[in-house]
Ligand binder design. Structure first.
Ligand code: SAH
Length: 409
């Protein structure tokens, strides 16, 4: 079947030549035979080849680019691209993550040049997320390749993110290869975690925070002798307790997990029980509080509470550039209260996972919150997603997770 042609307006081809993978409706001049969810060849106003990608007229991003070479997108292409992503995880940083009870992101969508496709591996299971119509149409093939070429025993689909609605798609959850996953599976990151692939957030777990959980663990260990009595952690937007569980490894730290989701806190409680065996003393404990994060912070400030560590990992506040101002107010409010709660010489880990909020802007917002709080803080480290979530250099939007490790005085 011939591939339809999309012609770009004169003067709008530069980002495409610079290998940005998104082409917005405003840049397209003619798209005569383009069919939603099918391949298109992108050319400039002089009919010169620019890229090949896929089309969806329903989305603001009408073309997502698969390649800037004039090559065929067929099964062999998928095998090659999936192989490349798989190999990079196996060879680099996350090699150990590919063994049983370990988890790792295998394909990070646009950042691995497979826009709209996320693959997370939990042991020998792979969880697939098809974010766009084109990927949705190819998901069975992708699952078959994962099974036949990469020994994935099961491929389970968690295509239930909001983005699909903009593509005209309904949520899809279910087994693509093999049976359904077990109700709960165990993940080993040093600490142990229950992961709920079927109902949990994302593909079951926040794999992107792995390195930062580890950092918090190391920080607590390093500071252990300095503090008198068991240290304390306020883990805001805790989900299944990830940061608290890591911080409590080999420590008698007291944690308070706060989340609006009852199901998330139930998982956090189970995770605490799962790891109780390696606590040095019975001081270690965890409270699980179902509350709005903003309200709970204000309550703590009112009570004059103080913690050695505060982690702030809120959900995405800005879905689009239009929502940046509102998101900035939200981040500032949270960080202002959080600064007031950190003990003298304590630490704060603060994050934004909004792709539309740049690292630079986030740092400015945190700075503004600090100024209002009357405290002092040093940046000890810039934080980002774990290295199995690489960011394509030509796709700044791919750097969605940014954070700061701060020492507060
Ligand atoms: N820190 C977690 C991930 C947090 S994701 C980890 O490392 O695993 C954001 C969390 O915020 C989700 O668990 C969601 O349930 C929760 N959440 C969303 N809105 C909230 C609100 N207004 N108050 C409290 N929690 C909220």
């Amino acid at each position: 079947m011939a591939v339809a042609k999309v012609t770009i307006k004169k003067g709008r081809e530069k980002p495409i030549r610079n290998r940005h993978p998104w082409i917005f409706s405003g840049a397209v001049s003619i798209a005569a035979n383009a069919v939603d969810g099918r391949l298109v060849t992108v050319v400039d106003h002089k009919d010169r080849f620019l890229a090949r990608g896929y089309w969806n007229s329903k989305s603001q991003i009408q073309v997502r680019v698969l390649t800037w070479e004039d090559e065929t997108i067929d099964d062999a292409w998928w095998q090659r691209m999936l192989g490349r992503a798989w190999q990079s995880r196996a060879q680099n940083h996350a090699g150990a993550e590919l063994s049983a009870n370990r988890a790792c992101r295998i394909v990070n969508a646009e950042n691995d040049y497979m826009p709209g496709l996320v693959l997370d591996r939990y042991g020998n299971r792979v969880v697939l997320q098809a974010q766009t119509l084109f990927v949705d149409r190819h998901k069975e093939k992708i699952a078959d390749i994962l099974h036949s070429d990469f020994d994935a025993e099961q491929v389970f689909e968690r295509s239930d993110i909001d983005l699909r609605r903009q593509e005209g798609l309904h949520p899809a959850v279910g087994a693509l290869v093999g049976g359904p996953p077990p109700d709960r599976l165990l993940l080993n990151e040093g600490a142990l975690y229950h992961v709920d692939i079927v109902r949990g957030h994302k593909t079951g777990f926040y794999l992107d925070q792995r390195r930062n959980r580890q950092k918090l663990h190391e920080l607590v260990q390093a500071s252990a002798s300095a503090s008198d009595g068991p240290p304390s952690l306020l883990n805001l937007f805790s989900y299944s307790g990830g940061f608290a569980i890591a911080a409590q490894r080999d420590s008698d730290l007291r944690a308070v997990n706060v989340d609006s989701s009852r199901a998330a806190l139930e998982l956090a409680e189970k995770n605490f029980a799962l790891n109780e065996y390696d606590k040095p003393s019975s001081d270690a404990c965890a409270e699980h509080i179902q509350a709005d994060g903003f309200d709970y912070l204000r309550y703590c400030v009112g009570e004059g509470a103080r913690f050695d560590y505060v982690v702030l990992d809120p959900p995405k506040f800005a879905q689009h550039k239009r929502q940046i101002a509102r998101a900035a107010r939200g981040y500032k409010d949270l960080n202002l209260s959080a600064f007031r709660l950190v003990k003298e010489g304590g630490y704060m880990m603060t994050f934004s996972c909004s792709g539309a909020v740049s690292r630079d802007l986030f740092q400015k917002i945190v700075f503004a919150a600090l100024a209002d709080s009357g405290r002092q803080a040093q940046i000890v480290e810039q934080l980002s997603a774990a290295p199995d979530h690489p960011v394509a250099l030509t796709f700044p939007e791919g750097e969605y997770l940014k954070g700061l490790l701060l020492r507060v005085y």
